[in-house]
Ligand binder design. Structure first.
Ligand code: FES
Length: 188
């Protein structure tokens, strides 16, 4: 019996599995290009941000604003006789001392290396926490490495009756300046 099937039908291949195709070279290049571009933009953005910060710092530099060199401290009646007034220490770096006969204004800068001493009422002295220098109420150094007394600032009575301090004018005891006008404000 003759086989009716056409010869070529028997030779038809079964359905072939899909071929695994390797990614096209163009796809890889595109993806790589996009990631390179992304990284470049990120670097550019970071550099711009850093540059912008530097520019801002240039336009608005860090400036230390010092407190005013002159200020009014209020009327003499607000100061207790015999007391070291510490109200102006933090803001202006000044102690105002009232004695029975008048006032003087002491610098709060230690004459050793510039630390800020503390007024110790019980010991009746200014004591520097850095290296132990001590100053009596007048400002004269009595212990530790400080080579000279605390400086005094100009102190006067303003027209409105308030005590006025001028830190632009300093008086140094070792130069004989504590006896000059302005180093002491007589006030009964
Ligand atoms: S800074 Fe005051 S004792 Fe040294």
């Amino acid at each position: 019996m003759a086989d009716d099937k056409p010869q070529n039908a028997a030779q038809e291949p079964a359905s072939a599995p899909p071929l695994k195709t390797a990614p096209l070279r163009g796809d890889i290049s595109r993806r790589g290009m996009f990631s390179v571009l992304g990284a470049s933009w990120a670097a550019f953005a970071a550099a711009s941000a850093a540059g912008g910060g530097a520019m801002l710092r240039f336009l608005m530099p860090n400036v230390l604003y010092e407190p005013p060199q002159e200020f009014k401290a209020g009327p003499p009646s607000e100061f207790a006789v015999g007391a070291v007034d510490e109200r102006f220490k933090a803001a202006y770096g000044v102690w105002i001392v009232r004695e029975p006969g008048g006032f003087y204004a002491l610098s709060t800068v230690c004459t050793h290396l510039g630390c800020t001493p503390n007024w110790l009422q019980a010991d009746e002295k200014f004591k520097c926490p850095c290296h132990g220098s001590g100053f009596v109420r007048s400002g004269v150094n009595v212990e530790g490495p400080a080579p000279r007394p605390l400086e005094r600032y100009k102190i006067t009575l303003a027209e409105d009756g308030q005590i006025q301090i001028d830190k632009n004018t300093k008086f140094q005891e070792e130069k004989g300046q504590w006896s000059l006008d302005g180093a002491y404000l007589p006030y009964a």
